[in-house]
Design a protein around this ligand. Structure first.
Ligand code: URA
Length: 277
């Protein structure tokens, strides 16, 4: 192993260790400030945001935010260890930096489910922290939540490997998702959110085995283990298709979620992404 690779290994091991100890890994102050911007239609626009490079902040213990407590938090913490050590897909064990368990409020009333970690998530150990994740955070903020209010997880907990010499992402295979689904099922069983949102057709395929285009799946309620499930486009789709019409479709799906959860919706929120003319 060359010096760079071993240094990188060391950084990953340190980050994983810190995370295990509950030390918060934080994005730069500038990127956090951007994410905290008021929820306006403009805030949802997928403006190119720099990918936040993780800054490890080792604050004194006394200053550390309290770790989530309660039965759900404890049960999630118990589930976390075996999932992080999972070796059910040997090819993914070889290629992954780490398992990406899930993040957020164990008491969340709303849970978002994506397909699988990408490169940023594999490196940082947290779902939806890359460009698509930053857009998801804007959607969550526009809905009136903080990212910390929600729980976010993927169907597949390891980054799908790529053939040698190829970069980028590939879609998780049905068999990989089926192998990993019990972990997500347990997360959902513990959290018992009042609603689930599947981000993209692949997440829907992983959850329900529904192999249908998102155009057919979105905008209506499905069910997973007795929990209402809304399907909508993956934020990466919105990054590729930045038309008002596509943004509005996702936003209408989120309005249905807010209505189902009996959340207050302002006129301003109702009007996001409607053409003015
Ligand atoms: N896309 C996903 O589906 N999940 C992630 O965590 C990141 C990107």
């Amino acid at each position: 192993m060359n010096e760079f690779a071993s240094a990188l290994d060391h950084v990953h091991a340190t980050l994983a260790g810190l995370r295990e100890q509950g030390v918060e890994l934080r994005a730069s102050a500038a990127s956090l400030a951007r994410l905290a911007a008021t929820p306006t239609a403009a805030a949802l626009a997928p403006a190119p945001l720099p990918v936040a490079s993780p800054v490890v902040e080792t604050r004194p213990l006394s200053d550390k935010p309290a770790a989530p407590t309660g039965a759900k938090a404890e049960r999630l913490a118990e589930l976390r260890s075996p999932v992080l050590a999972c070796t059910l897909c040997p090819h993914l064990v070889k290629s992954r930096t780490q398992v990406v368990f899930g993040v957020g409020n164990p008491e969340a009333e709303l849970m978002f489910v994506g397909e699988a970690p990408g490169e940023d998530e594999d490196l940082q150990g947290e779902p939806f922290v890359g460009k698509a994740g930053q857009l998801l955070t804007k959607i969550i903020t526009a809905m009136g939540y903080a990212r910390d209010d929600i729980y976010i997880a993927n169907v597949l907990k390891c980054r799908p490997d790529m053939p040698p010499g190829e970069s980028g992402n590939r879609k998780p295979k049905a068999a990989e998702m089926a192998t990993c689904l019990p972990y997500l099922r347990q997360q959902i069983d513990i959290i018992q959110p009042r609603a689930l949102v599947a981000l993209g057709a692949t997440a829907m395929e992983g959850l329900l085995g529904a192999v249908e285009p998102m155009a057919k799946l979105r905008g209506r309620w499905h069910e997973f283990n007795g929990i209402p499930l809304m399907a909508t486009y993956h934020p990466a789709y919105l990054l590729r298709n930045q038309s008002l019409t596509e943004k509005r479709k996702v936003w209408e799906d989120m309005l249905l979620v807010l209505e189902r959860l009996a959340k207050p919706i302002s006129d301003k929120q109702r009007g996001f992404f409607l053409s003015k003319g």
